[in-house]
Unconditional design. Sequence first.
Length: 285
Amino acid sequence: MGLGSPHPTTMTPAQFRNFIWTWYRKNGRHDLTWRHTDEPWHIFVSEVMLQQTQVSRVADIWPQFIRRFPTPRALATAPLREVLAAWRGMGYNRRAAYLQRAARIIEAEHGGRVPADIERLQALPGIGRNTAGSILAFAFDRPAVFIETNIRRTYLHHFFPGKTDVPDSAVAAWVARTLPKKDFRKWYWALMDYGSAALAGVPNPNRRARVYAIQAKFAGSRRELRGKIVQALLDGGGSAPAIRARVQTLLQGRKISARVFDATLAALLAEGLIHRRGGRIAIRS
């Protein structure tokens, strides 16, 4: 099947583990900063950041964010404006608000310690089952079973050749079947690095997953507009027309309709990221 691997249909779990470990020792991304800490909170933050952001961008922003918010308490007690400013460039600002809410729960209900329990992790804002599993594996070296895009790519390539509409439950069964006896943290690093780097040159196996969806273009999307509104408000509050004018400048002249702007603003207000007092809109304090 190329890449120096045995044919996928003949690979046993032991052969697969040996192949991935060998590849990782030579080619793994051993330089990533968050892989050099075992502090659960720092790893928790990195996993939230990595949910929907490229590794290279997280590598730039995570160290600064951790310096500013080294503990759940530091993040829990910070003004949201400071949190969003530190998050700038990450995208999906809602994750920053969820992360702060999670920090407050960790501080109030878990004594300031990230819980090492799948159900308690999933109860935190913005943490789904796969992110909870990744936190268990990376922060606590537990044998949790979870899937992310590069792990899915790896298993689809090696264990589901030619198959389409593959459910994540089938992928997860192979993840569980091939788990090593120890070093779960490093094992998942190896799987992700392999899926990202070694399979970059093959047709994307994730297209054969049941969950696969083509991501909409960022330029001109509601997601871009949400980010620009938050960016404009980080420079100071103002009336809706004033904020729209700032956003228009940030979009470098690209026009936005009043209807789309008002709907996006209303969504941010409903989520609690921003608030309106009188005629003035600002980041929630």
